[in-house]
Design a protein around this ligand. Structure first.
Ligand SMILES: C[C@](O)(CO)[C@H](O)COP(=O)(O)OP(=O)(O)OC[C@H]1O[C@@H](n2ccc(N)nc2=O)[C@H](O)[C@@H]1O
Ligand SMILES: Nc1ncnc2c1ncn2[C@@H]1O[C@H](COP(=O)(O)OP(=O)(O)OP(=O)(O)O)[C@@H](O)[C@H]1O
Length: 293
């Protein structure tokens, strides 16, 4: 039996994002439609018995994100008190998603780690327990722990799963990086959008309220959005920096991506409703069988 395996950490797009208020702690209330993509990071997990040191992880490749800040280490630290099987886990991150791209990469890495370690360490936490832990680590972690495309309210933690039509997305990444905090603290940000409905959002209504601020602060992203618009309706995801356009057919998406790749780092991915990591969870506890005495 192999004691290692690879799990996906998929990306998300925000198909619309309205900001409807601001909480006392400074976080913003929003309404957003999350689309999962069949594209993302990969986390390699390797198990080793190390009863002396107790349950812990060793993050071999942190993609330039310092150890203690890395959401993979933070996920492990939050699960350690619940661990019942003292297995050491070596983790290697194959970072595909741009950091700070608005694709939720850090949150997705965090969620995949929570889901995997809950099995490896026999923590026995329910999905709702993991969502609660995840909420304290990042705004998009609950989405990836639930693992389904969703309508979200609150700061992104009140989730309602939705089934979105099968479509293809072309995503472009500019050279600029966007600071999520800077966008949310910009005085010009719309913070009082009218409450909309899930139905309107599913019918394609809505916009990304962060877009005017990002267009003004980052001229390169303004130009990128205009360039993408030549292929279809273009939109920023999250607070950026990435933007995307959508196609019904794979061929049309690939042909647009071939053009855009001359100017921007570009990828094509189908939308998915269910995260691939969820279907792999039942197989994880098999991996720990050799360590149970
Ligand atoms: C805007 C979204 O991309 C929508 O998917 C996400 O909610 C942002 O998620 P994220 O990058 O994981 O953000 P976090 O690391 O949780 O927050 C970064 C900073 O953005 C601001 N922030 C974030 C989310 C939110 N709903 N309101 C906020 O005001 C806060 O200043 C926070 O300190
Ligand atoms: N494993 C990780 N991968 C990416 N970022 C991480 C990770 N661990 C910690 N971070 C930190 O999280 C922050 C956000 O990274 P991430 O790539 O998730 O942003 P994002 O794609 O803009 O996400 P969102 O759409 O949720 O705003 C960065 O400041 C980064 O330093």
């Amino acid at each position: 039996m192999s004691h290692s395996l690879t799990l996906p950490a998929p990306a998300k797009l925000n198909l619309m994002l309205h900001i409807t208020g601001r909480r006392a702690d400074g976080y913003h209330e929003l309404q957003t439609l999350f689309q999962l993509l069949d594209y993302g990071d990969r986390l390699h997990f390797e198990l080793a018995e190390d009863r002396a040191r107790g349950p812990h992880i060793e993050l071999a490749d942190s993609a330039g994100i310092p150890g203690p800040d890395n959401l993979i280490n933070r996920a492990a630290a939050s699960l350690q008190p619940h661990a019942r099987l003292p297995v050491a886990v070596r983790v290697r991150l194959d970072k595909v998603l741009p950091v700070g791209g608005g694709l939720g990469g850090g949150s997705s890495d965090c969620a995949t780690t929570l889901l995997a370690l809950n099995e490896f360490w026999h923590c026995g936490l329910s999905r709702s327990d993991l969502v609660r832990l995840g909420t304290t680590l990042g705004a998009d972690v609950p989405l990836f722990v639930r693992g389904h495309s969703a309508w979200a309210e609150g700061i992104g933690e009140r989730l309602h799963p939705v089934d979105l039509p099968a479509r293809w997305f072309v995503v472009c990444q500019p050279d600029s990086a966007v600071s999520t905090r800077a966008v949310f603290t910009d005085p010009g940000l719309t913070r009082n959008s009218q409450i909309t409905t899930i139905r309107t959002a599913l019918e394609g209504g809505g916009r990304n309220d962060c877009e005017p601020v990002v267009r003004r602060r980052y001229p390169e992203i303004n130009t990128m959005l205009d360039t993408l618009s030549a292929y279809g309706p273009a939109r920023l995801t999250g607070t950026g920096a990435c933007a995307y356009t959508v196609f019904e057919q794979e061929g049309a998406a690939r042909s647009a991506a071939a053009d855009l790749a001359a100017q921007y780092r570009t990828f094509v991915a189908p939308g998915i409703n269910r995260s691939p990591v969820i279907d792999l969870l039942p197989t994880l506890s098999d991996l720990t069988a050799p360590y149970i005495s």
